[in-house]
Design a protein around this ligand. Structure first.
Ligand code: GDP
Length: 471
């Protein structure tokens, strides 16, 4: 170790004693101690994990077309507050209590499945784009499709626009559920009209967005909506290989008084079985029991199935990857290594794009669009800024505006930026306290300006690599 750090052995040992570690010259140090030492000496170390074992997050799905089987689509519901997301989730769920499944006790496990025309659909139970994008910011891609709920008596509202932009930034197909059509002042056509501004144009007006009129409260239109989801699923051909070790994502997890750590996970590839050894985030375990959303115990769970599992040693985080390994020893090994690399990546700074390092990313060919989120004091200045930014093009790189709006920079903006590798521009507005904190944590670049010309100039210079670094 001393040699690697270019230090004297005695110096290293002294430091170790100072850190409370008793060591001899030939002793092998564990990785934690090495990291600590390196920190003390101000040296950067990189923990190399043998390639064979580094499969956790870098797995490529290399299934043959024959191995891939149709799987249920995974759907998220988003929309403005009070437009009926929760009611819709409940309505869809109860629509489905048909013969065979009746009698089951509803379990809230972060997602549920319904069946229509002998096909299943999986719904994530946490409505809203914040939860969705927070998962995405952690690298988890769990959703195939978004339902945007718009109340027909209220129309498009700020969070409707946010939800649309979050879904678009994730590249997901959108179905619009026009809700509350039972209300006397419901005006579904006005909703359609308003949404054309966001490139959601119904088929009858020459577009390709599916609109479904529903009343979540009166449970009207539920079957239409489910059938439309199946239609979109058919077009997109969602598939996975069920015949391999399972991989998926933790949707939620908690410490249960009686059962210890429980995790609700979505299986995305392969089939999960009772007894499987696995890693979830930095935790490992062996599946003791699996329960589905109807409270039924399962022995196996295939792609797109949400299950609640017990048998973990610790509580993982929402959005953590989940993966089965051949045995428990291996799983434990990977979990240990992951907790080290995790800590290390927390120590290491910045993998997100900033204006200062934009040019490097462009030169390296890593970036073709500069993703931007714009917040301004009034809609007029936001529109003006958007117009000017859209005209910038430097060496094939363009500005892509993921989201814009009037008002302070919020945490939701920051999370979207983190999930989409974007920078945030504030025009005569500032981030609120929460946003500022999250931006620091997530290393999101926020640029505050008062003059449109300055914004344009800064972005152009950054694209050309001519920006004076900020100190
Ligand atoms: P969320 O904030 O988007 O989850 O909205 P909720 O599902 O909590 O619904 C907000 C309010 O709208 C509640 O009082 C619901 O009862 C009501 N609501 C939801 N859907 C409908 C509907 O289809 N018709 C009517 N009249 N009210 C509805």
């Amino acid at each position: 170790t001393a040699k690697l750090l270019h230090k004297d052995a005695s110096e290293v040992i002294k430091k170790l004693i100072f850190l409370g570690v008793m060591a001899t010259i030939n002793q092998e140090l564990d990785i934690d101690t090495i990291l600590l030492l390196a920190g003390e000496f101000g040296v950067e170390v990189e923990v190399k994990i043998p390639v064979e074992e580094d499969r956790f997050e870098t797995v490529e799905e290399n299934d043959t077309p024959e191995e891939l089987k149709e799987r249920p689509p995974v759907v998220t519901i988003m929309g403005h507050v009070d437009h009926g997301k929760t009611t819709l989730l409940d309505a869809i769920r109860s629509t489905n209590v048909t013969g065979g499944e009746a009698g089951g006790i509803t379990q809230h496990i972060g997602a549920y499945q319904v069946e229509i025309n002998n096909k299943k659909i999986t719904f994530l139970d946490t409505p809203g784009h914040e939860a969705f994008t927070a998962m995405r910011a952690r690298g988890a891609q769990v959703t195939d499709m978004t339902i945007i709920v718009v109340a027909a008596d209220d129309g498009v509202m700020p969070q409707t626009v946010e939800a649309i932009n979050h879904a678009k930034a994730a590249g997901l197909p959108i179905i619009v559920a026009v809700n509350k059509i039972d209300k006397p002042d419901a005006n579904p056509d006005k909703v359609k009209q308003e949404l054309t501004e966001y490139e959601l144009v119904p088929e009858e007006w020459g577009g390709d967005t599916i609109f479904v009129n529903v009343s979540a409260k009166q449970r009207m239109g539920m079957e239409d909506l489910l059938e439309m989801i199946l239609l979109v699923a058919e077009v997109n051909e969602y598939k996975a290989n069920p015949d391999k070790r399972a991989r998926g994502t933790v949707i939620e997890a908690e410490l249960d008084k009686g059962r210890g750590p429980v995790a609700r996970i979505l299986v995305q590839h392969g089939t999960l079985k009772v007894g499987d050894a696995f890693v979830a985030g930095n935790c490992f375990g062996r599946i003791r029991a699996m329960v589905n959303d109807k409270g039924r115990r399962l022995k196996e769970a295939g792609p797109s199935t949400p299950v609640e599992i017990t048998g973990l040693t610790e509580v993982p985080g929402a959005g953590d990857p989940f993966m089965v390994f051949e045995d428990e020893r291996k799983a434990r090994n990977i979990a240990d290594k992951r907790s080290i690399t995790h800590r290390q990546s927390e120590l290491n700074t910045n993998t997100r794009v900033t204006l200062d390092d934009l040019f490097q990313h462009i030169k390296d060919g890593e970036i073709k669009d500069l993703n931007v989120i714009i917040k301004g004091d009034v809609q007029g200045s936001v529109e003006a800024l958007k117009g000017s930014l859209n005209k910038i093009e430097v060496e094939g790189v363009r500005v892509k505006i993921l989201h814009s709006g009037a008002g302070a920079i919020t945490e939701s903006d920051i999370i979207l930026a983190a999930a989409s590798n974007a920078i945030v521009i504030g025009f005569n507005v500032r981030p609120d306290v929460q946003a500022k904190q999250t931006a620091e944590q997530e290393k999101v670049d926020i640029r505050l300006h008062r003059v449109i010309y300055n914004v344009i100039e800064e972005i152009e210079q950054a694209m050309k690599g001519m920006l004076d670094p900020e100190y």
